[in-house]
Design a binder for this molecule. Structure first.
Ligand SMILES: [Ca+2]
Length: 336
């Protein structure tokens, strides 16, 4: 695993080793990156990035929301990304006047089919298609259970702020009241608010493996947050970031989002499999499991079995009725 500082130093080009020992080359892709001096952002047509809602740009940051109630803002790439393997480094800052747990709601980083759509998921639409990584700063579920005078068992408690990943296929809703627990792919606690030093989120997607790391302790070291294999994300989606405040608020600032292309050697079979991904899915996750060929066949088989059984029963009934008709006829004839 390479460290955050080395990534920053070798911003334009470097070679690193993947977890499984594969050598990878990294290239900064400027067209998918957002960094100072944020030239032309917000001016229609003159930048690769577009602002929406309450988001605004200064010389030092893109502020998704200010520290005021009921704000939502986002920034979206205009260009769909067709890279297969990539890593995204997000330099962000969450800060505000509110004391712990009296702030909210958090920010999200997106790689989705949809873009520029307002909604309830950290300012973005629900039922999204693709990947969402949430830096959730308000524990809705905990507050809900407290209100119902129910207690968490230690096994289920999550310490907030909490970083969480979710993959959506367009038909799955994000459960805001439960902080996305039902659809959580994985996550970790992350004390990201009101830090004196820089904070970074790192999302790497290589050979269907999704890795999320954080650098928030001011040590210039990445720490693991999530590592999930078998995440199938189509190509051609948009990168974006959004944030929302409610009754409670924070400044949600983006300093940069830098996208690196990773060059990975693939077998022919991997190459072919990659091209088949049309809808996001996650292996071994029931909500999002892809249909295999065998399962596709078996559902067809089930359909025809049911159809033929019904036809069979119908045929038996008809034959039975005809036979009964003949039998009662011949019985009547015997009496005359
Ligand atoms: Ca929350």
């Amino acid at each position: 695993m390479i460290s955050g500082s080395s990534l920053i130093l070798f911003a334009a080009f470097s070679v690193s080793l993947c977890d499984d020992g594969h050598e990878m080359e990294e290239f900064l892709k400027r067209e998918y990156s957002l960094s100072k001096p944020y030239q032309g952002i917000g001016v229609s047509g003159s930048s690769h990035w577009e602002l929406m809602g309450d988001a605004l740009v200064t010389t030092d940051y893109v502020r998704l929301t200010p520290d005021h109630q009921s704000k939502q803002g986002a920034v979206w790439s205009r260009i769909p990304c067709h890279l297969r393997d990539w890593e995204l480094q997000v330099h962000f800052k969450v800060h505000g006047q509110g004391k712990k747990n009296l702030n909210g709601d958090g920010l999200a980083v997106w790689y989705t089919q949809e873009r520029m759509q307002k909604g309830p998921v950290f300012g973005n639409r629900d039922f999204f298609t693709g990947l969402g990584v949430f830096v959730d700063t308000y524990p809705n579920e905990e507050k809900l259970l407290e209100a119902q005078r129910k207690r968490y068992t230690p096994r289920t408690q999550r310490i907030f702020p909490y970083v969480l990943a979710m993959v959506g296929n367009g038909s799955i809703s994000y459960d805001h009241e439960r902080d996305g627990r039902p659809t959580e792919l994985g996550g970790c606690s992350a004390m990201v608010r009101n830090l004196k030093h820089d904070s970074f989120l790192f999302i790497r997607y290589v050979r269907r493996r999704l890795t999320i790391m954080l650098d928030i302790d001011g040590q210039q070291e990445w720490r693991d947050c999530l590592d999930v294999p078998g995440v199938r994300l189509p190509q051609g989606y948009y990168f974006g970031a959004s944030a929302v405040t409610g009754d409670l608020s924070d400044n949600h600032d983006l300093i940069s989002m830098k996208l690196y292309q990773l060059t990975v050697l693939r077998s022919k079979q991997e190459d072919e499999e990659q091209q088949e991904v049309l809808v996001p899915s996650v292996d071994n996750m029931e909500l999002l499991r892809p249909l295999t060929d065998a399962e596709g066949m078996s559902s067809v088989t089930v359909f025809f079995s049911v159809l033929f059984s019904m036809l069979g029963v119908f045929l038996l009934l008809v034959v039975g009725l005809v036979l009964y008709g003949h039998w009662s006829e011949s019985r009547r004839k015997r009496f005359y």
